[in-house]
Design a protein. Structure first.
Ligand code: B1M
Length: 210
């Protein structure tokens, strides 16, 4: 796992698939490889960026290495979904281009039986509203990684209210700068610290709706 984390920190894109396969062969669960291996590497990259040891180019390279590793892991994260749990619309809010965490959330939601509509990154409030209406979604999941874009989540909730559909859809928010306090301040229904908790909270919200 240390080697995997190091491969992210040192942008070893040529080796990441091998290392991930080795970890799988050693019996390490795919989800642990994501959370205890690759995500740990990303945390180190983030710290190096804060200390100005790394710059934007390094963030991009680390992101590419993580995505390459995820290509190997995704099929292993996909369990056979049992039944249809509910419909989720998900996206990264306006102004924000981070999608690695969101994509992990999507993989786990799908493998738990949710029908997921991914709007991608840099999604404006109106687009979320349109997609929720179009799909009759049970849950709207918003992701933000920047302190400058997390405020956009509140605008999405306002837009849902303006469209008179706030009571028809549960809203869950996640991403590194998001806290429980922030979620309740902006009127979200739930907050998730990571992808596993995100899926758990989505299941709970569907159970409450039923
Ligand atoms: Co960016 N970046 N970045 N970056 N980047 C951070 C977020 C930063 C914390 C780095 C740092 O300074 N330490 C910092 C934000 C500071 C702040 O706002 N306080 C930052 C910055 C400043 C920037 C730029 C402004 C840099 C610049 O241009 N000068 C720029 C902004 C671009 C923009 O968005 N407009 C930028 C750009 C980028 C890249 C594009 C190069 C790249 C992203 C590539 C991509 O996503 N395709 C990138 C990366 C890779 C990072 C770091 C290093 C890693 C993010 C990541 O993928 N983590 C990041 C540092 C860090 O987070 N430590 C950083 C791994 C991932 C698995 O975790 O995304 O947190 P995470 O997702 C988790 C949970 O948060 C949660 O579950 C996920 C899985 O467990 N979760 C949800 C997320 N969404 C959820 C939704 C849910 C539930 C749970 O709903 C149900």
């Amino acid at each position: 796992m240390e080697k995997i984390s190091k491969a992210i920190v040192e942008f070893d894109i040529d080796n990441i698939k091998n290392l991930v396969n080795q970890a799988l062969e050693a019996g390490i669960p795919a989800l642990d490889i994501v959370t205890k291996g690759m995500a740990k590497g990303m945390e180190i990259v983030g710290k190096k960026y804060e200390k100005k040891e790394y710059f934007l180019a390094e963030l991009i390279m680390a992101g590419e290495v993580m995505k390459t590793g995820m290509e190997v892991l995704e099929p292993h994260l996909k369990a056979t979904p049992v039944g249809r749990k509910g419909v989720v619309v998900i996206g990264t809010v306006k102004g924000d281009l981070h999608d690695i965490g969101k994509n992990i959330v999507i993989t786990l939601l799908k493998s738990s039986g949710f029908e997921v509509h991914d709007l991608g990154v840099d999604v404006d409030a109106q687009r979320f509203v349109e997609k929720v209406k179009e799909t009759n979604a049970d849950i709207l999941a918003l992701s933000a990684l920047l302190t400058t874009t997390m405020v956009e989540m509140e605008n999405v909730i306002k837009a849902l209210k303006e469209a008179s559909i706030r009571d028809k859809v549960k809203v869950i928010v996640g991403g590194a700068p998001i806290t429980e306090e922030f979620a309740s301040k902006i009127g979200a229904d739930a907050f998730a610290v990571d992808a596993v908790q995100g899926v758990q909270k989505c299941k709970e919200m569907i159970a409450q709706k039923a």
